[in-house]
Design a protein around this ligand. Sequence first.
Ligand code: NDP
Ligand code: AKG
Ligand code: MG
Length: 418
Amino acid sequence: MAYQHIKVPENGTRITANADCSLNVPEDPIIPFIEGDGIGVDITPVMQRVVDTAVEKAYGGKRRIHWMEVYAGEKATRVYGGDTWLPQETLDAVRDYVVSIKGPLTTPVGGGIRSLNVALRQELDLYVCQRPVRYYPGTPSPLKHPEHTDMVIFRENSEDIYAGIEWAAGSPEAKRIIDFLLGEMGVTKMRFPSTSGIGIKPVSEEGTKRLVRKAIHYAIDNDRSSVTLVHKGNIMKFTEGAFKNWGYELAMQEFGATEIDGGPWCRMENPRTGKEIVIKDVIADNFLQQILLRPGDYSVIATLNLNGDYISDALAAQVGGIGIAPGANISDTVAMFEATHGTAPKYAGQDKVNPGSLVLSAEMMLRHLGWVEAADLIVRGLSGAISSGRVTYDFARAVEGAEELSCSAFGENIVEHM
Ligand SMILES: NC(=O)C1=CN([C@@H]2O[C@H](COP(=O)(O)OP(=O)(O)OC[C@H]3O[C@@H](n4cnc5c(N)ncnc54)[C@H](OP(=O)(O)O)[C@@H]3O)[C@@H](O)[C@H]2O)C=CC1
Ligand SMILES: O=C(O)CCC(=O)C(=O)O
Ligand SMILES: [Mg+2]
């Protein structure tokens, strides 16, 4: 594969995917990475150092990752020039090399630039955003029992209002749509039509079912007790409400779930363990209060794109903050791992922030490759580093007696505790 600016490592082998979506992972995989904007420059090298050490320690040189830098965001404009924020060859490489990891990318509020993160997910059809949320002892939390929070969010990543199909107030496009709605669709409830911006919220049966299917498979494979469909279907009946209905339909049609007490909640048997998995739903605002008061009632969460975005940060905060919140964007074959947080621009280049989110995203990546021993070492290293009380500013400011470390020093602390 010839690229314009991407340098393929001389050594190393490509990961490939089979027709059944399983992966062929060599001992020396080439893994593309995007450094990321803002704090990307701080956390990405720390993540690589931690991963390389864990792999070396786990496999004694038999396995090794060959990192391949690919470009997006501000760095892409420097490397490719002009207005090239997301080069085509970055998309090609991420697709061709199957498994990759990225730092955060800036999306200016307003203005013409659409989210590069959303663009990557849409272009590669990475339709699942999987974000596990669990407690590490020693982490500062506003909850009395943060250890009761143990959830895995499955956020639909390709549809919903987050897809960015919208037109600015006063634009000819917005006017045209508004004229159509008022003139031909019988809409009478638009309060201020002449000054309204317009956004479209597409939610499909296919999009819903492929997401909920992944969530139920996860619950089966990981011995989870429930899958909760979180939605705002009481208000948005044909999008959020349909998501709920299609989710239940899928559970019954594909997994043999049966209604509990006349429904809509239902139960199914986990084919691996014989245990019960409950499929239930909850309205999103109620969910946001219940996760604080009764987090133990929830396990696997399936939800739409925007709800999933809000829920991810809220749940991250209750187990110590966005500094240790990992994630993965997954299609049936391609997977791109990334932290839940953004570029935190005020800290960029200061070697200050917590690298934990990206390190734990890499931990998910290693598990995805089947390199569980290296993944386990990262969990051990991070748990030990947090418990040591020598932590980055975000934890140090909330834990009495803690010593504040830089981003890179905290990375070394993780390595020391592996
Ligand atoms: N997937 C992606 O690439 C994402 C990109 N973004 C983009 O990032 C930019 C900034 O977004 P913003 O809303 O400020 O959200 P951010 O997540 O970037 O930052 C918000 C706050 O979270 C805390 N935080 C974030 N990362 C860390 C870390 N590694 N360690 C410790 N604390 C951290 C900081 O809190 P404190 O101030 O309390 O120290 C920070 O001010 C925007 O352009 C946005 O669009 C946003 C989310 C995801
Ligand atoms: O793309 C962005 O700017 C924000 C993305 C985001 O907040 C997320 O994926 O959680
Ligand atoms: Mg977000």
